[in-house]
Design a protein. Sequence first.
Length: 76
Amino acid sequence: MPLYAYACRECGESFETLVMSGETPACPSCASEKLERQISLIAQPNRGGDAAPAFAGGCSGGEAGVCCGGCPTTEA
């Protein structure tokens, strides 16, 4: 069951919910099904060990002036 983020077009409520295949989610505030799916981050599975480390945030320290996209860029 994937976790999706939605914004309700009727009342403006933003929420996340688990959605099963074939299920139509409804707003928890007004019960409307007029929803807009939002862009959300994908959780990386943590299987333990060094094979799948959890994201700690920040830049990976690549080339000068190039950011990984997870943080604001700064001019050098």
